[in-house]
Design a protein around this ligand. Sequence first.
Ligand code: AMP
Length: 276
Amino acid sequence: METLKTLAALREWRAKQKGSVGFIPTMGALHDGHLSLVERAKAENDTVIVSIFVNPTQFAPHEDYDTYPRELTSDKAKLEAAGASAVWAPTPLEMYPEDFVTSVTVGGSVTSVLEGAFRPHHFGGVATVVAKLFGQVSPTNAYFGEKDYQQLMVITRMAQDLSIPTKVLGCPIYRDADGLALSSRNAYLSDEHLVIAKKLNRILKEAIANTKTMSIKDAENRANDDLLIAGFHKIDYVVIRDAEDLSEVEDGTKRPLRILAAAWLGNTRLIDNMAV
Ligand code: AMP
C-alpha cells in the first residue's frame, strides 16, 4: 500500500491505475465503519484509495478540529490489512495553500435544515473538500456512509450539479452489538457516557414503532423526552422526515421516511439515523 503525501505523488499513482478506482474520503481515526466502506469498494473496483484528512474548513472555530483524533500510523496498518491500495494523506497546506480562495456551496433545503441549521458553515467545507478530493483522485466510484445521511445527500447533489463523473454511493451504517453507530467521536466518551450513547439507537427504533400508534409530532416529542431521560444533555433534533429531501411530512404519508437525530453528551455530539 502506498502512502501519498503530495499532489504530484497522487497524480503519478492515479496515472498508473488501470480499471476502476474506488475512493473513500475519511478524516481518519479509522474504525470498522470506515473499513466496511473499504470492503465494499474493494468488491466493486480494481483498486481502492482512502483519503485521510481532517478538513479544517468544515469545523466552526468552537468545534473540535484541534482535538479530533489523529492516528495516521495505526490507520495505515488498518487500511493495509483491509487491502487498500493507497492512502492519500495530504497536509492542510497541500490542500489549502495560502492563496486558496474557492468554495463550493450547495444551496437549497438539503444544506439549510438539520445539520445545516445547527452547523451553518459545515456543508460548505464538506462540499469544497470533497469537490477538491474528487478533482485530485478522479475516482470511478466514491463511497460514503449513511451514518452522515445528509452529507451523502449533499455530495450526491454536488456531484450531479457539477457534472462530476464519479458515481457517489451510499453504504449502510455499521453498528456495534448494542446498535451504537461507530464513530471516531465515540473515542471522546467516558464509560458513563458510552452507556447512555448506546441508548440512542434503541430510542430511535422505539420512535419508529410509536408512529404506528401516535402522530409523527408526538413520536418525535416522545423520543426527545426519552433521550433526555436516558441522560443526553441536549438534543439538537430528533425528527422524522421525508427520506428523499428531508422535508417535513404529514401523518399518513406514503413516502419513504427517515428518523434523524443529533444529541449531546457533555462536549460530544452524536448523530444517528434510520429508515422508518
Ligand atoms: P469521517 O471520517 O467521520 O469523515 O467518515 C468518513 C466516511 O465514513 C463518511 O462517509 C462516513 O459517513 C463514513 N462512516 C463513518 N462512520 C460510519 C459507520 N458507523 N458506518 C458506515 N459509515 C460510516
